[in-house]
Design a protein around this ligand. Structure first.
Ligand SMILES: Nc1ncnc2c1ncn2[C@@H]1O[C@H](COP(=O)(O)OP(=O)(O)O)[C@@H](O)[C@H]1O
Ligand SMILES: [Mg+2]
Length: 227
């Protein structure tokens, strides 16, 4: 039922990776998932195409390259038929982004823990707040740490997290850790489950992290729906 958008105008923030990992993880836990790939780079759609060429199905439905004019209808259609709808967006101010925000139960803003990226994430938050004002209601969102250092939290990262906290912005408790597995899924047109320990290092840790991130996102969306 819920629609979750992933947005941030900054390229390379980790939007597609987060949307994809969530789709895999929610599908693995038994949900029926639809991914609307509205990213102009169409990475998830091309992942699905590669699999089809290899004779493999995808564990979730992929709706590639929606037109701006059909986005709302698609979101409504798939939220009615599926447990979760994930929308991979570019996130720049556009009608596509506005419409996705207006129809989303939660917007995720992944960002890298660097001062420049944190500032750009603040722009993404401002865009959501502007849309919320236009709509006349809140648009629930969470900032999500992306490409987190698995071994330690740097002093810079701690400072950024403290600043987010001070600004009263909601930060998801778990971030997506920097892992080779999150790149190899695209390289091998695979899911996290299908990747092999022989070719991908740190796989168990990546799977655990994906589970924890998905769990935190589901908890956040449930909180927002109950509000
Ligand atoms: N958690 C992660 N671990 C490893 N690589 C990552 C992770 N998140 C993103 N990347 C890599 O960073 C780059 C940008 O990520 P991507 O998800 O495409 O960002 P966006 O969709 O915001 O442009 C890609 O090369 C991707 O493989
Ligand atoms: Mg992308």
């Amino acid at each position: 039922m819920p629609a979750i958008s992933v947005a941030n105008p900054k390229g390379g923030a980790g939007k597609t990776t987060l949307a994809f990992v969530l789709a895999c993880e929610l599908a693995r836990s038994g949900g029926s998932i639809a991914v609307i790939d509205a990213d102009p780079n169409a990475i998830i759609a091309s992942w699905g195409r590669k699999r089809a060429e290899q004779g493999k199905s995808a564990p979730f439905e992929i709706i590639a390259g929606p037109k701006e004019s059909e986005l709302v209808r698609l979101i409504d259609q798939y939220t009615a038929s599926h447990d979760f709808v994930l929308i991979d967006l570019e996130g720049t101010a556009s009608r596509m982004t506005s419409r996705a925000f207006a129809r989303s139960h939660l917007v995720l803003i992944p960002f890298n823990l660097s001062p420049i990226d944190a500032e750009l994430a603040a722009n993404a938050v401002a865009l959501i707040q502007e849309e919320a004002e236009a709509l006349g209601r809140d648009i629930p969102f969470r900032l999500v740490r992306s490409r987190d250092n698995a071994a330690m939290q740097t002093k810079t990262a701690k400072r950024i997290v403290a600043a987010i906290d001070e600004a009263g912005l909601p930060l998801l408790g778990v971030g997506l850790v920097e892992r080779a597995a999150y790149r190899d899924i695209f390289d091998f047109a695979a899911t996290l489950e299908e990747l092999d320990d022989a070719t991908t290092s740190g796989l168990p840790a990546a799977r655990k992290n994906a589970y924890e991130v998905a769990h935190a996102v589901v908890a956040a969306v449930q909180v927002e729906i109950r509000r």
